[in-house]
Design a protein around this ligand. Structure first.
Ligand code: UD1
Length: 366
């Protein structure tokens, strides 16, 4: 018997997590009938469409068309439309990934309809309740039936919250499945030279967290430090960040004569990974990039006071940074004084098949 499984995709970092799951589920069509549901949180071609094309994802079966807006607007919009869809399609299981608003909105909706929920990338905790993602993570994990974790620290967090250990499945890092699959193709591109950059001669910057980019004064301070660095930096700018830069004319700071900062539009997965694999260092506030840097062994500075991915620090190449510490940390990296790190266990490109095995058992037992 085949079970209907909704696979939820919403925002850019979801697509790299959903693609390997889609492939692994599709290979088990005797037991699983996956349906791809796009909530529409990210909608630009270079924030969504290009990832579907590059990662071999089909056109979503259903597009809920809930675009941007406040947190309440996004969450409520997804809940209303997703409830209608669930009542119409009656899925046997809903699989959510990551920590974006749609992860939480679809989980809560499904749970109230008594549809089981599986959360991939469960158990991560920053303990920073000012991050909307931390609220999404806590709520999703509290109600999901299956909690697929990427690392032992996530298991410990869940156990400490009193979660039944039978719900916790340590399966590894799903996003690394996409990276393993894509890294050679990314290496073969010439994005780096198209930007006029030499391999190992530049850093990659990404910034989009509200705490770093929503306040123009904070963002200007960060940009001033970047412009002052003695290293070319390529910075594909997220739409949230771009909006603040435009409104406050912050682009001008990066156009000063001695600035080595190259501002770019958001890039597709392969082009972006080409820059990453050729970079000397990464400076970011993204969650996923901390993990990709760890897997690739590239020094990473995370411009945040905390991370929900501590294994990237204890085992990987990542360190937290502040605006004040960035310059000294960058100098240490350029001087070769940085940890080499190791790839955490189960970050091996085979997480999706491990998840599918558990899902099959779970659905067969119901
Ligand atoms: C969301 C996630 C965040 C994730 C990030 C990755 C939540 C709470 N936040 O943050 O965890 O790290 O995605 O990118 O779910 N916009 C566009 N085009 C798009 C998408 C967004 O122009 O295709 C603009 C809109 O003006 C929107 C703003 O970017 O209002 C912010 O988008 P939103 O999805 O609300 O949050 P992100 O900052 O992208």
């Amino acid at each position: 018997m085949s079970h209907k499984v909704f696979l939820i995709a919403a925002a850019r970092p979801n697509f790299m997590k959903v693609a390997p799951l889609w492939r692994a589920m599709s290979a088990h069509s005797d037991s699983l009938e996956p349906m791809l549901i796009h909530t529409g949180q990210h909608y630009d071609q270079n924030m969504s469409g290009i990832f579907f094309e590059e990662l071999g994802l089909p056109t979503p079966h259903v597009h809920l068309g809930v675009g941007g807006g406040s947190h309440a607007q996004q969450t409520a919009g997804v809940m209303v439309k997703f409830e209608e869809l669930c009542l119409q399609e009656l899925p046997d299981l809903v699989v959510v990934v990551g920590d974006v608003n749609a992860t939480m909105a679809t989980s809560v909706t499904a749970a109230k309809l008594h549809i089981p929920v599986a959360h991939v990338e469960a158990g991560l905790r920053s303990r920073d309740m000012t991050m909307p993602e931390e609220i999404n993570r806590l709520l999703t994990d509290a109600i999901a039936d299956l909690l697929f974790t990427p690392s032992p620290d996530a298991d410990e967090n869940l156990r400490a919250e009193g979660v039944d250990p039978a719900r916790i499945k340590l399966v590894g890092n799903i996003m690394i499945d996409s990276l393993v699959d894509s890294v050679e193709r990314a290496r073969a591109l010439d994005t780096c030279s198209a930007f006029g950059l030499e391999p190992q001669g530049f850093g990659v910057v990404t910034l989009h967290r509200p705490a770093n980019v929503d306040d123009p004064v904070t963002l200007a301070r960060i940009l001033d430090v970047l412009v002052g660095m003695n290293l070319p930096l390529v910075f594909p700018v997220h739409p949230r960040t771009r909006a603040v830069m435009r409104q406050h004319d912050l682009d001008a700071r990066c156009r000063l004569v001695d600035s080595l900062v190259i501002l770019a539009d958001p890039l597709g997965y392969y082009e972006f990974m080409n820059l990453v694999v050729n970079s000397r260092l990464i400076l970011t506030d993204s969650g996923g990039l901390q993990e990709e840097a760890t897997w690739l062994g590239i020094p990473c500075l995370t411009l945040r006071p905390n991370t929900e991915r501590p294994i990237t620090i204890t085992e990987g190449t990542n360190e937290l940074a502040t605006v004040e510490s960035l310059t000294a940390q960058t100098a240490a990296i350029l001087a070769g004084n940085w940890k080499k790190g190791r790839v955490p266990d189960l970050w091996d490109g085979h997480t999706a098949p491990r998840i599918v095995r558990v899902l099959e058992e779970f659905l067969a037992s119901r």
